[in-house]
Design a protein around this ligand. Structure first.
Ligand code: NDP
Ligand code: 2IT
Length: 445
């Protein structure tokens, strides 16, 4: 890393101790920015980099709620409003037991550049709670969401900060959060949350958008080498919102998805995933991967190793951060994997990324490859502002165009900086320059 960039990174580590994922996310961006700053030294003026790595605002709050036995439970809520240079803070809420300030800051930092890449005029933020939705009843989830929103509502708004879903937060939770926001503010303000149900202002394709977008991004990468999904074997991790719709789009394009996973294990289904059954198990029953294997002949349940042990042409990590390590990356490359497109945020460790880059396989990092979700959230905001509802076809076409533009912008930037095919450098520098140009015009704030 060039000197200035290195200094900024060291200061981040010093001021944010014990936040390894945040350090990792900052490091990955900063290490690719050095060429941009060498070429355009004004990007280091006015402590721009120092301001970029410091969230504009961090909110941490108590979330008390009462479980079905009448016992009082206490969780912690977070909203990190990281950067609003390009628009209102925008980013999901994650409900998972592993959530802490470090995780929300890493996600919020990534979101700044991802959102800039979508060109939809949205800033970056992220939030969530260490609430664990597994095994909770509907009423418990509702009471938790109502308590969470009872604090969060004063910090958000359609022009201020617009949350959406992430791990553990889907349509059900967004509905409860929206209901409580509406009640507290006495405003029907649809643009304050995205990922809403279709009954009250949601957008068609938002549910599918992240998974579909990650496959569209992979398709664009494959096209640069005259390859396609047709006949390709696809390995997917996770079995939530992103994984399910990544599998759906891969199948539509002629690919055969053969794996998925959750925190209890992973499944190899050599015949190809039965998507109707997977949706029934995961979306309707909120079950575990074993429930799928019980009902599908030929499908195998594994608890050792990972989905990355299965030979594939395309890998779509769609579960969580750092789920794909150096050994997994080597196995994928050895088995002939041609492309990795990240549906999850930061699923590959830095060592794994190095393996992908050295082996010259196509590597689409999360902040480009999974930007389809937040991009379609911005399309939802656009429809809400116009009091309009687009058809599925129109929304999907808009998503496809955004994903193609992100892909092409990343490639063009990589080319400009003498690193053809390097989507990491391309995405980080493209996102950074858009945010930096706006920040410099706003003065020191
Ligand atoms: P879901 O909650 O719908 O699904 C998450 C899936 O990943 C589940 O199968 C879950 O298994 C698994 N998982 C989560 N944490 C772990 C863990 N620590 N170990 C093993 N498995 C785990 O979330 P999404 O599908 O929405 O999110 C998946 C990823 O995609 C996340 O990285 C998220 O940040 C990212 N993303 C999501 C977007 C969206 O629009 N939803 C947009 C862009 C990125 P289990 O149920 O057992 O926990
Ligand atoms: O990581 C992400 O981009 C998301 N969870 C989606 C955020 C959004 O505002 O739609």
């Amino acid at each position: 890393m060039a000197n200035r960039v290195e200094e900024v990174y060291e200061e981040v580590v010093r001021r944010n101790p014990a936040e390894p994922e945040f350090h990792q996310a900052v490091h990955e961006v900063l290490e690719t920015l050095a060429p941009a700053i060498e070429k355009h030294p004004h990007y280091a003026d006015y402590a721009l980099l120092d301001r970029l790595v410091e969230p504009e605002r961090q909110i941490i709050f108590r979330v008390p709620w009462i479980d079905d036995e009448g016992k009082v439970r206490v969780n912690r809520g977070y909203r990190v409003e990281f950067n609003s240079a390009l628009g209102p803070y925008k980013g999901g809420l994650r409900f998972h037991k592993s959530v802490n300030r470090n995780i929300i800051k890493f996600l919020g930092f990534e979101q700044i550049f991802k959102n800039a890449l979508t060109a939809q005029r949205i800033g970056g933020g992220k939030g969530g709670s260490d609430f664990d939705p597994h095994g909770k009843s509907n009423n418990e989830v509702m009471r938790f969401c109502q308590s969470f929103m009872t604090e969060l509502y004063r910090h958000i708004g359609h022009l201020t900060d617009v949350p959406a879903g992430d791990i553990g937060v889907g349509g059900r939770e967004i509905g409860y959060l929206f209901g409580q926001y509406k009640r507290l503010t006495n405003r029907f303000e649809p643009g304050v949350l995205t990922g809403k149900g279709l009954a009250y202002g949601g957008s068609l394709v938002r549910t599918e958008a992240t998974g579909y977008g990650a496959v569209m991004f992979a398709q664009s990468m494959l096209e640069t080498r005259n390859e396609s999904f047709d006949g390709a074997t696809v390995a997917v991790s996770g079995s939530g919102n992103v994984a399910i719709y990544a599998i759906e789009k891969a199948q539509q394009l002629g690919g055969k998805a053969v794996t998925f996973s959750d925190s209890s294990g992973w499944v190899y289904d050599p015949e190809g995933v039965d998507l109707d059954l997977l949706k029934q198990v995961k979306e309707v029953e909120r079950g575990r991967v074993a429930d799928y294997v019980e009902r599908k002949k030929g499908a195998e349940l594994h608890t050792e190793g990972s989905v990355w042990d299965v030979a594939c042409d395309v890998a779509l990590p769609s579960a969580t951060q750092n789920e794909l390590n150096e050994d997994n990356a080597r196995t994928l490359v050895k088995n002939g994997c041609k492309a990795v497109s990240e549906g999850a945020n930061m699923p590959s460790t830095p060592e794994a990324i190095e393996v992908f880059q050295e082996s010259k396989i196509l590597y689409g990092l999360g902040k480009a490859a999974n930007a389809g979700g937040v991009a379609t959230s911005a399309l939802e905001m656009q429809q809400n502002a116009a009091r309009a509802s687009w058809s599925f076809e129109r929304a999907e076409q808009e998503l496809a165009k955004i994903m193609k533009d992100i892909h092409d912008d990343c490639l063009a930037t990589a080319e400009e900086y003498g690193a053809p095919g390097d989507y990491v450098l391309g995405a980080n520098i493209t996102g950074f320059t858009r945010v930096a140009d706006a920040m410099l015009e706003h003065g020191v704030i």
